[in-house]
Design a protein around this ligand. Sequence first.
Ligand code: HEC
Length: 149
Amino acid sequence: MKKITIVVSALLGMVAFSAQADVASAQKLADKYAGIAKTINPSFTGPSAEEGKVFFNREIGVKGKKVSCSSCHTTSPADNGKDVVTHKLIRPLSPVTNPKRFSDLDKVEEKFVQHCNDITGSDCTAQDKANFIAYLITVKEKTPKATSK
Ligand code: HEC
């Protein structure tokens, strides 16, 4: 697993990141992950925002508790989230409402490694990451105040 992570990081290192992070750079990163996914699995036709959404909301049992990415990041990635462990505020994950997201590749990879292992028990595949970012980009609207948690 370690080796794969290093190779993936090296490949991703070739993506030129603009200092001004935005949806376009997140899209570039999703495309880059998708390119890697295709070399691993030629039948991968993504990135698929729909599959990313399923992945984001999928509850996985961790130590008897059901946890998903949405447990902390909420079911709408355009909204602020709240860490279920530390109860700290988490800024939105969607680069549409939070342009700082997916701008720092080291941080993105670090969080993917941490959270994927915490939640799913293993690293996320390039396919998962491509779909995940593709989904986040599609969520453009914050939930109106009255209905948000
Ligand atoms: C226990 C709470 C929790 C869960 C569950 C969780 N996250 Fe996170 N996530 C956080 C926190 C805290 C941060 C960092 C705070 C920040 O950057 O605002 C973060 C940040 C991230 C980032 C960084 C993005 C960037 O560019 O800044 C990514 C990517 C991420 N999470 C992916 C995931 C994925 C994928 C899952 C599900 C497999 C997941 N997270 C589940 C708490 C969580």
